[in-house]
Design a protein around this ligand. Structure first.
Ligand SMILES: C[S@@+](CC[C@H](N)C(=O)[O-])C[C@H]1O[C@@H](n2cnc3c(N)ncnc32)[C@H](O)[C@@H]1O
Length: 227
């Protein structure tokens, strides 16, 4: 009902990826250049970003939303895209399901993690599940703190629950993950100017990401990196 009654809601946060044009260009480039076999989005909300993904790629896109009403809104919106599968459940349960699904790819998956909404922050468990079960994949997190650019916003739900490098530090260490930020500064960005981070731990994928000019490795030089 909401989908038809409130058409303005189809453009949440000013459009896909929070209405951020630099972010949209980055994701379009990643989808074009990376060998992505499937996409998983956690936190569909009203399907604005899912629709953007569906227009960029023909690979299967799974998107998961816990809230029944938002699921209904997105279902109507996304039913015309035959490669989109919408799940109504908790993001951690959805990842468990896909882990056990013998057909769903276990490599080459682009994860867009955006199911942060309050005190029950699933992000650490999502990351743990992903890096334990998927190889050669990419994890892109919305609403993430960009350490050296305060103009970008990020989610902070209180002690131990803010989307920062400190929050993910154990996982980064355990899985030897490399961290990339968007190359565009907050001043160059448009829309809601939310921070984001891209993670990968496969050496070949990391080399590919280093060659993408819309990204920058953070920190820019690490011990052991070739100079
Ligand atoms: C920030 S919004 C997502 C925005 C959407 N990705 C977009 O770009 O338009 C967060 C959504 O995550 C959902 N959510 C929160 N916790 C969740 C969980 N544990 N599992 C699945 N969905 C969740 C909320 O209901 C909300 O719709």
């Amino acid at each position: 009902m909401d989908y038809f009654r409130f058409p303005e809601q189809r453009k949440s946060w000013g459009g896909p990826l929070n209405g951020q044009e630099k972010r949209q260009a980055l994701v379009a480039k990643l989808f074009k250049e990376l060998p992505i076999k499937a996409v998983i989005e956690t936190g569909t909300f009203r399907g604005t970003t899912t629709e953007y993904f569906a227009k960029l790629t023909q690979v299967p896109i799974y998107t998961v939303e816990a809230n029944q009403r938002l699921y209904g809104f997105s279902w109507i919106r996304l039913k015309k895209f035959h490669n989109v599968r919408l799940l109504q459940m908790d993001s951690r349960a959805a990842l468990r399901l896909l882990t056990q699904d013998g057909v769903f790819p276990k490599s080459g998956v682009f994860f867009y993690l955006d199911a942060h909404w309050g005190q029950d922050l699933p992000l650490a468990e999502e990351l743990q599940q992903i890096f334990a079960n998927w190889q050669k994949s990419w994890v892109y997190i919305d609403d993430f703190k960009i350490e050296d650019d305060a103009g970008y916003g990020y989610d902070d739900y209180g002690s131990g629950k803010s989307l920062t490098l400190e929050y993910i530090s154990e996982i980064v260490k355990t899985y030897q993950i490399s961290v990339f930020y968007p190359a565009a500064s907050s001043e160059e960005e448009t829309g809601a100017r939310r921070g984001s981070v891209l993670l990968a731990n496969d050496p070949a994928l990391i080399s590919e990401l280093r060659a993408i000019d819309l990204l920058r490795a953070y920190p820019s030089q690490r011990v052991g990196d070739p100079s």
